[in-house]
Design a protein around this ligand. Sequence first.
Ligand SMILES: Cc1cc2nc3c(=O)[nH]c(=O)nc-3n(C[C@H](O)[C@H](O)[C@H](O)COP(=O)(O)OP(=O)(O)OC[C@H]3O[C@@H](n4cnc5c(N)ncnc54)[C@H](O)[C@@H]3O)c2cc1C
Length: 298
Amino acid sequence: MTLASTFESIGCEVKRNFPMDKYTWLRVGGEADLLVTPQDMDQFKKSLDALTSSGTNWVVLGEGSNTIVYDRGITGVVLSTKKLKKIQILEDHKVIAETGAILGTILNKTVKAALTGFEFAAGIPGTVGGGVFMNAGANEGEIKDVVDRLWVWVEGEEIQLSKKTIKFEYRKAHLPPGSVVLKAMFVLKQGSRAESERSVKEYMEKRNETQPITMTNTGSIFKNPAEMAAGQLLEELGLKGYGIGGAKFSELHANFIVNCGGATAADVLSLIETAKQEALSKRRITLETEVRVIGDKN
Ligand SMILES: Cc1cc2nc3c(=O)[nH]c(=O)nc-3n(C[C@H](O)[C@H](O)[C@H](O)COP(=O)(O)OP(=O)(O)OC[C@H]3O[C@@H](n4cnc5c(N)ncnc54)[C@H](O)[C@@H]3O)c2cc1C
């Protein structure tokens, strides 16, 4: 049995030679050998087991909003969490969400239920798994502020991790190596729907004014270095609006690269390299990407 037919027999949707520019938010990247989409959590765990014993190269993706795929694509399997979207609001202000649940949907549901704490996520695209992995944050809040417990798959076993055992830092969660997030529990507080709606509106207005939301982009390219905001640094280096091929640093916010149409991953990566070199040579600042680059480099 081929790996593709193993996934099909589990019940997953399987697409061969899938163009990853149709998956990621920046709309660049080559083909993945297989894009596998389990339809429920049981299929997801069976797929993870099959992948572990196969020895194949694989990666889990949520919405692909923080991911760039090389132009040569991905030799191996992309396991998508897009169908694992269940969200349950429990008593005691607790919320359990599957790994593919969209952060914005959790926000909408919790605000409607007059729970407060998730408002920081207004405008952050992506899923629970990607959000936890990246410790996504904005508006002075981060996933680490609201997460209480994770169900994680590690090397064939499902384990629970309580918040106390996880080290979170700026845009990174230190999970055991090889961890795949299955679901997460968030603990919020009783709030007022009207107040939460006001905060969300304010955060969204701020985002709309300062970020290129109408253009294809992948969020902040670089983490903010200790010295200053990455956007300010890039602006001071004269990179705002600077482009290579079909990609350029946004004229609205320099820490966003936008795809003006027809950009390749190589264009985007050249921009990233240019910015890193300029920051180092002119300001002695080391820039680190926030966005994740995956696939076959050469
Ligand atoms: C317009 C725009 C605005 C953005 N604004 C913000 C912002 O304000 N703040 C912020 O923090 N981010 C922001 N981002 C980045 C992005 O939205 C977040 O990082 C988001 O949490 C990524 O979720 P995702 O599901 O898209 O992750 P993906 O891009 O699919 O994956 C990101 C990483 O997480 C890993 N991963 C995904 N699912 C799992 C899982 N189940 N288990 C283990 N690892 C997993 C992937 O392998 C990959 O390394 C923005 C992006 C865009 C496009």
